[in-house]
Design a protein around this ligand. Structure first.
Ligand code: GLU
Length: 547
């Protein structure tokens, strides 16, 4: 047996399978030409950042527009960072916005697909097959350096522009098999390092699908592949997993950009075909004219739970994310108003290189529009689902009489020009509060141009003449009649021309009635509101207003 083989046996005595066995066990998927396999590879930190949802959506859509596969792999190699329940938080956050994996980790302790396990912590034997093979090929070696040894190397590198464990500094590179055997016999722990074939004077290249042509110096560092507990580092796990899980497009945050020379080299040493890379720039936020990353610490909207808690429907958030993903989406939307999001030809190459800008006002505008186009029953169902979770009292009121609530939500909806005034379901309670006496605030604050005597006069007449059986035209004709009787003009233009001839105009009369019935100066269609409240309730409110 040659030395390398002996060393490989010494380090990995239990590994009997070979890379060829792995290739056979995890063959490429039988997908149609051009289908892309993408993944989201979150670490279970217990926090799902909007950026994770964004990158996940990019990966998801990339797979979907090509009839490919999107899978979720949990990168839980750092056991110290593990948080209880974190997988659930993450998957729930993704699922809330329809980013659902075809394969991989689909629930806490629930996996689907033939390329697993999809938890990195359970893939140790697979990593070791490839690690053993690298040792056999003299492309990896055990390193016994302690923290003190590494400090010493660092101290010796004070004037060295290229710091780190490489070349002549990589002292364990030169250990003989005998020395290694002795170290192991003595019980010394080891990490496995790449024997980097890199050359400092050379460059490596790749074409990033978002950032374009990338050129960087080759990697020369003997990076750690396996930690002393045999668990892989991110770099090694990424190369092995994305190859053997047959990822065609690695879509990830651009903080990994600088590690690409290591990754390119690893893929080469391992004999793997290089996947395509797309490095997604972070979502930015503008603050006092400066741009910075959307921050978990400073921005509540950085947490995906924020959108769930506020009750933004997935349709709105997804629509908004699409505007951040491809700037041509909005033009497409203008000409494809009714089309489902899935019909948009999302293109990785059209993503922002500098980082899309998060804009709450825009999200709200988009969401108002999206909600305005929903049928009332859908708004009702969504609001009820939200309230059940986040506002139990309101849930009780809302669901007490479903028909009443759906009618209420249908005012100025389902027509050609629906009102765009609800951005998220947590706003509904306040928006409709006057429909429920338990939460209505019917106190009246008259506009400056209307005295309480004027208001009383209007309401007195209205109570007297109120007839709930009038249809909408009849109702409005009656208000106009009241104007004539009370010295107001039904014609606003006429009032503007000749203000001294009248007490006010039709708007003033209806404002007083509106205030008495709803406690508000502005509401959707007052006639519809009164129809839903019902004759008895309207009369009672008018009388209370007079009291
Ligand atoms: N676990 C890594 C992260 O959360 C994944 C990076 C990748 O997608 O490869 O940043």
């Amino acid at each position: 047996m040659d030395t390398q083989k002996k060393l490989a046996e010494l380090l990995f005595p239990d590994i009997t399978e070979t890379p060829a066995d792995m290739e056979a066990k995890f063959p490429e998927r039988n997908l149609k030409e051009g289908a892309r396999v993408t993944r989201l590879a979150p670490s279970p930190t217990g926090f799902l950042h909007f950026g994770n949802l964004f990158t996940g959506t990019v990966a998801y859509r990339t797979a979907k527009v090509t009839d490919g596969i999107f899978f979720v792999r949990v990168e839980d190699t750092d056991q110290k960072r593990k948080v209880e329940g974190a997988i659930e938080v993450m998957l729930d956050g993704l699922k809330a916005f329809d980013v659902v994996a075809d394969e991989g980790v689909v629930g806490e302790n629930e996996e689907k697909g033939n390329y697993g396990p999809y938890y990195q912590s359970q893939r140790k034997p697979i990593y070791h097959v490839f690690a053993k093979s690298l040792v056999e090929q003299d492309l990896a070696y055990p390193c016994f350096c302690s923290a003190e040894d590494l400090d010493e190397i660092r101290a010796a590198q004070e004037n060295e522009p290229n710091k780190g464990y490489w070349g002549e500094y990589a002292k364990c590179r030169k250990l003989t098999l005998e020395e290694i055997e002795n170290n192991i016999k003595e019980g010394k722990t080891w990490t496995l390092r790449l024997k980097s074939p890199g050359d400092l004077t050379k460059k490596c290249f790749f074409e990033d699908m978002i950032k374009g042509k990338i050129e960087m110096p080759e990697n020369v560092q003997d990076v750690v592949l396996l930690k002393s507990d045999g668990i892989p580092t991110y770099h090694f796990a990424h190369a092995v997993d994305d190859h053997i899980m047959r990822t065609t497009h690695v879509i990830r945050g651009d903080e990994w950009m600088s590690s690409c020379p290591i990754h390119l080299q690893l893929f080469k040493c391992l004999g793997f075909k290089l996947p395509k890379f797309a490095h997604v720039s972070p979502i930015m936020k503008e603050e006092n004219g400066n741009k910075r990353k959307l921050s978990k610490r400073k921005d509540p909207e950085a947490a995906v739970t924020f959108y769930v808690e506020q009750g933004y429907p997935k349709e709105s958030v997804n629509e908004y994310i699409m505007t951040l993903m491809n700037s041509n989406f909005e033009d497409w939307r203008k000409t494809n108003k009714e089309a489902p999001l899935e019909a948009f030809p999302f293109n990785l190459k059209k993503m922002s290189v500098s980082g899309a800008l998060f804009d709450m006002v825009k999200l709200n505008d988009i969401s108002k529009n999206v909600i305005s186009l929903m049928p009332a029953k859908k708004v009702y169902d969504y609001t009820a689902a939200w309230a059940k979770e986040y506002d139990k009292d309101f849930y009780e009121l809302l669901t007490r009489d479903e028909e009443y609530s759906v009618n209420m939500l249908n005012i100025d909806r389902e027509g050609p020009k629906p009102r765009k005034d609800i951005a998220c379901f947590s706003e509904v309670k306040d928006y409709v509060s006057y429909f429920f006496n338990e939460i209505a605030d019917l106190s009246i604050e008259l506009p400056e141009n209307i005295t309480s005597d004027m208001a009383k006069e209007i309401l007195d007449l209205y109570v007297e003449e109120y007839d709930a059986s009038r249809d909408k035209d009849g109702w409005f004709a009656h208000i106009k009649e009241m104007c004539e009787k009370l010295g107001y003009t039904p014609n606003v233009k006429e009032y503007k021309k000749n203000p001294d001839a009248y007490k006010g105009h039709v708007g003033d009369v209806s404002t007083v009635i509106r205030l008495a019935v709803t406690g508000r100066k502005n509401t959707p269609d007052l006639y519809a509101i009164m129809q839903i409240l019902g004759e008895e309730e309207v009369k009672s409110r008018l009388k209370k207003a007079l009291a």
